[in-house]
Design a protein around this ligand. Structure first.
Ligand code: SIN
Length: 326
């Protein structure tokens, strides 16, 4: 049997509320050992070690927690007797953590995130099945080389592309146009596709971790959005991701302010509030070529990549190349 480490960080999978109810509960309450004990047969899949690294609602997740989580996985991955990892996590910011780990974890061993939409105390909680299948996936040879993945509702997603698309259904995740990496059939893994973007051992960010990450903020554009939103954000951030309309667009007033702030050294990324498609370079919305297009990354994932990129370089052309490759 393979040796799998489950690293628990909290979330609804460890949530507790009124017995039987699926709403109005507290995330990050139940110990991972209690959850494992509630899952029949899980110990027949792999030898499990459980580490309760944090027990938080994932809305409390931040850059320091991310760095700590990556460090923990990288330290353990060096041990020959560990074959893979499962990370339990709240669903609200799981997409961001999955992408951060995908870029910073330095191992070919499987790393699978999972969680739940219903707390452990609900009728028909979804967490136990998700955790069971995440352990099956992390134990499988088919999971090797896919980078960090996530497992929800018997579906395998890539850490780069996973997005939360429902704040209500238990089938709450998707990869938009990119489908999924594979399916689970009970404990069996069926992989269908593979990401072409760089990750884990091929990622330049997994070579060494910064002690802290540069500060990057996100500004959302909407019809009539006040240009001072950018001015104020620039006071406390080194980089700004704009979630623009359409293909990363905004008004002429915003364009002027972006050009002014960029002269002062602020680095901008153009993402989109439309969650399907791609943001390319634009001679209309970025005539001076000073904004980095987010490619297919959501605003929050573009922020993760910009923080890591700024920890290596402030050269816009180099950062553009990073956004194409990752
Ligand atoms: C959280 O993200 O920690 C709470 C919500 C969830 O896990 O579904």
């Amino acid at each position: 049997m393979k040796n799998i480490v489950i690293i628990a960080t909290g979330g609804t999978i460890a949530g507790s509320g009124k017995i039987g109810k699926a709403t109005n509960y507290q995330a990050g309450k139940i110990d991972i050992k209690e959850i494992i004990d509630s899952i029949p047969m899980i110990n027949e899949i792999a030898n499990l070690t459980a580490i309760q690294l944090f027990n938080i609602d994932s809305n409390e997740m931040n850059e320091q927690y991310w760095l700590c989580l990556t460090k923990k996985i990288n330290d353990l991955a060096n041990q020959d007797n560990i074959d893979g990892f499962v990370v339990t996590h709240g669903t609200d910011t799981l997409d961001e953590t999955a992408y951060f780990l995908n870029l910073t974890v330095c191992t070919y061993k499987p790393v699978v995130l999972t969680g739940a939409m219903r707390p452990a105390s609900a009728t028909s909680a979804d967490g136990p099945m998700n955790l069971y299948q995440a352990v099956c996936l992390a134990s499988s040879d088919e999971a090797l080389g896919h980078g960090v993945m996530a497992l929800f509702s018997s579906t395998i997603y890539s850490g780069r592309d996973i997005q939360k698309v429902s704040n209500f259904r238990i089938d709450a995740f998707d990869q938009n146009h990119f489908g999924c990496l594979g399916y689970m059939y009970d404990d069996k893994v069926q992989m269908f596709s593979r990401t072409f973007k760089k990750h884990t051992i091929l990622s330049m960010f997994s070579e060494s971790l910064p002690a802290e990450l540069p500060s990057v903020g996100i500004v959302y554009y909407y019809a009539g959005a006040n240009v001072q939103l950018l001015t104020m954000m620039a006071k406390i951030h080194q980089g700004i991701v704009i979630i623009g309309s359409g293909s990363g667009n905004y008004s002429k007033l915003w364009l002027e302010e972006i050009q002014r702030l960029s002269n002062e050294g602020i680095i901008f990324v153009r993402a989109s509030r439309v969650n399907q498609g791609i943001v390319y370079e634009s001679s209309i919305f970025d005539p001076l070529n000073i904004c980095i297009p987010s490619n297919t990354l959501s605003g929050q994932k573009a922020r993760v990549l910009l923080m890591l990129a700024l920890s290596k370089t402030t050269n816009i052309n180099e950062i553009k190349k990073i956004f194409d490759e990752y």
